[in-house]
Design a protein around this ligand. Sequence first.
Ligand code: DQA
Length: 145
Amino acid sequence: MKTGKILVLNGPNLNMVGVREPAVYGNKNLESINSTVYSYAAGMKINCEFFQTNCEGELIDKIHSVYKEYDGCIINAGALTHYSYAVRDAIAAVDKPFIEVHLSNVDAREDFRKVSVIGPVCVGSISGFGVNSYLLAVNAMRDLI
Ligand code: DQA
């Protein structure tokens, strides 16, 4: 079985999941989501590390760290997904697989959420399955690392 180390990155406002718009993002907090993802990935011999930030620059620094420290990255960039060319360029700069995830179905929401500027530089995107979006991404990552 393959082994590997991946980074699960969450951007702005994802620290508020659980209390933030529960009808959209569910009742689980980020700690509980991360723990579910950690166990699921461990079952596939994938070691997950987690990082959340509300700062665009910190998110970019962490994306850069994937180059040397990780085999791949699952990223929920929050609203930065929809407009941050800086996050897009950071992902493009790192020659490792990135998978875009969203808890909510961004295509079924406001028009501004239907645009992802990071999607084209990720291997693929998974949206709308709550915590399962992350688990599906781990499953896909298994074949990429
Ligand atoms: C989100 C969707 C984004 O549009 C939003 O800005 C978020 C969360 C999601 O996980 O559904 O912060 O990325």
